[in-house]
Design a binder for this molecule. Structure first.
Ligand SMILES: [Zn+2]
Length: 179
């Protein structure tokens, strides 16, 4: 009886080792797969930024969109189509269609441009801008590099941020259309 019990234990132990080994190698394969997927999408992302020439952008953007998105222009305050716009939905990049902001973070700042207390994580890049002798933080679409506006630290809680964005840099997708 003792010997039988010993063999059962050994057999169980061997099974455990085999199962653990199989499980681990599957986990590793999955990790590798998801890393590769990330690499591909990063490559595509870089291609998106790098490969569009000025004339290609001119062909797909209106004159005003080109001036603001690609030449870092600014629309006139209080004139933009999304300044006083508070419907539920998502705001996407007018250049590439990437979703950048949701209506939940949009608020009425009174500054004359659409204002958001935060962007969707990872979708917006920040860089130093010292044009016009004013040190500011420029915000751009992380997918296509399109100029959105600037971010200031006078926004509402919890972020304390004000993403001041040109309406021209955005397109709006109402909530009911998102299904
Ligand atoms: Zn974009």
């Amino acid at each position: 009886m003792k010997e039988k019990a010993y063999f059962v234990n050994v057999a169980n132990f061997i099974w455990l080792v085999i199962i653990t080994f199989i499980f681990n190698s599957q986990m590793k394969a999955q990790e590798l797969e998801s890393n590769e997927k990330n690499l591909i999408s990063n490559q595509e992302r870089e291609q998106n930024i790098m490969t569009k020439t000025d004339s290609e952008w001119k062909a797909i953007l209106t004159e005003e969109e080109y001036r603001i998105l690609r030449e870092k222009g600014t629309e006139r305050p209080f004139m933009g189509k999304y300044d006083g716009h508070f419907e539920e939905g998502e705001y996407v990049c007018a250049g590439c269609g990437e979703t950048l902001y949701t209506s939940q973070t949009k608020y009425n700042s009174g500054c004359g441009w659409p204002a958001f207390s935060d962007g969707i994580e990872g979708k917006i890049d920040e860089s130093k801008d010292i044009s016009f002798g004013m040190p500011r933080t420029e915000i751009t679409c992380s997918n296509c590099g399109g100029h959105l506006g600037h971010v200031f630290k006078d926004g509402p809680a919890p972020t304390g941020l004000r993403h001041c964005v040109n309406s021209v840099s955005l397109d709006f997708k109402p909530k009911k259309d998102q299904e």
